[in-house]
Design a binder for this molecule. Structure first.
Ligand SMILES: CC(=O)SCCNC(=O)CCNC(=O)[C@H](O)C(C)(C)COP(=O)(O)OP(=O)(O)OC[C@H]1O[C@@H](n2cnc3c(N)ncnc32)[C@H](O)[C@@H]1OP(=O)(O)O
Ligand SMILES: CC(=O)C(=O)O
Ligand SMILES: [Mg+2]
Length: 352
């Protein structure tokens, strides 16, 4: 654990000063692409007019035989493609893999000014983040990078979940954490074979009406990810960083994807991954504050000018706590509306 006095000092001589706060940049959808797939790469300028984050994936879903090609292609994308105001992130391979060292070295050294966030998979404890933090600082210093790269951890092992608070607080580079439901399910030996979503066997059943255990009873599926997500949200907010739902693998099931994303949004997450273009609009719809809720929140703020006291609006008590809840909704809505204005002007071909 670092001393509070040295927490914000660069970890290498010549590395940029660490950030004191996470930049307030919307990241409703982290859209994954395979940098080694030319068809996907040609779509990037057009995708950049509709998504908040484009992420070049080098880890799972990229065949071992194509890792080097995908890495080189991602550096090329970073250095040659105009993505406007859309952020560029990269998912590197796991720390113990044969590709990690080359991933991190080349991405930081050759594209460190273009990449905003490095997503690190299978993070198990603060020591993993501390290791990457120092390595990135050394590479930044050597390459003369002017602004610090941020780190994003994927929560996908039991040990990672057990250490999530320490992971979130391990470095000022930490930008956020995503749930990794597929690897986490495997690591925990859960009995789902899906990427996110529910399971028909994880349910509650109504009590027997009149004690008749043979009566037909209603059941409702429960959210397999509730505990992990809630714990992750608390850990992220404790550290002042951003929580995200990860991927939803059933691309056809847009309804369940929207439900899963919305659960995460209501719980406090700021975004989710989109694996396929069809999931982009789902994430935008879900992670953009609802107009009716924003109007209500503005009404509460206006009624409680300085946040103190208590008033009734439509029969509901409002005070300092609801003032803060509403201020969060309004601040997010304003941030997103500015982002959508930028996306719209880029999509119209106007200068941003
Ligand atoms: C558990 C985890 O680790 S999740 C993270 C790792 N997984 C990933 O990154 C997967 C990313 N997504 C993909 O690779 C693809 O979406 C796949 C393989 C799942 C499906 O791809 P396809 O079989 O080509 O899907 P589909 O035929 O519906 O594609 C329709 C079009 O969208 C394009 N497309 C599909 N996914 C993407 C994407 N992520 N980004 C950009 N374009 C895409 C296809 O190239 C195709 O283009 P075309 O109409 O010009 O031919
Ligand atoms: C997100 C991810 O990598 C997983 O679910 O395993
Ligand atoms: Mg994974």
């Amino acid at each position: 654990m670092r001393s509070p006095r040295s927490f914000f000092e660069p970890l290498a001589i010549g590395a940029p000063q660490p950030l004191r706060a996470i930049p307030p940049v919307p990241s409703r959808m982290i859209h994954f692409f395979d940098p080694g797939n030319p068809k996907m790469v040609t779509k990037l300028p057009s995708l950049a007019t509709s998504v908040d984050v484009l992420l070049g994936n080098l880890e799972d879903a990229i065949e071992s035989s194509r890792k080097d090609q995908a890495r080189a292609a991602l550096v090329d994308v970073a250095c040659t493609t105009d993505l406007g105001t859309t952020s560029l992130w990269a998912r590197v391979n796991a720390l113990n893999s044969p590709w990690f060292i080359e991933d991190i070295t080349r991405l930081v050294s050759e594209a460190g000014e273009q990449i905003d966030v490095l997503m690190v998979p299978k993070v198990e404890g603060p020591e993993d983040i501390e290791f990457v933090d120092r390595l990135v600082a050394l590479l930044e210093a050597r390459a003369g990078i002017s602004r610090p790269l941020q780190l994003h951890a994927i929560l996908e092992t039991s040990r990672g979940v057990a250490n999530v608070e320490a992971i979130c607080m391990a470095s000022p580079r930490m930008q956020g954490v995503s749930l990794g439901p597929a690897d986490l399910a495997a690591d925990r030996q859960m009995k789902t074979t899906a990427v996110g979503g529910g399971h028909p066997g994880y349910l509650v059943r109504e009590d027997p009406p009149g004690g008749d255990v043979h009566a037909v009873r209603t059941t409702a599926q429960q959210d397999l990810w509730h505990y992990t997500l809630a714990r992750m949200v608390d850990a992220c907010r404790l550290a002042g960083i951003q929580p995200y739902y990860g991927p939803f693998g059933d691309i056809r099931d847009v309804v369940a994807c929207e439900d899963q994303f919305r659960n995460a949004y209501v719980m406090g997450c700021v975004g989710a991954w989109s694996l396929h273009p069809v999931q982009i609009d789902i994430a935008r719809r879900v992670f953009t504050p609802d107009e009716g809720q924003v109007a209500w929140a503005r009404q509460v703020l206006a009624a409680l000018a300085d946040g103190s006291g208590a008033v009734m609006i439509d029969g509901k008590m409002q005070d300092d706590a609801t003032f803060k809840q509403c201020a969060n909704v309004v601040a997010l809505a304003d941030l997103i509306s500015e982002r959508d204005r930028l996306l719209e002007s880029r999509s119209d071909g106007r200068s941003t």
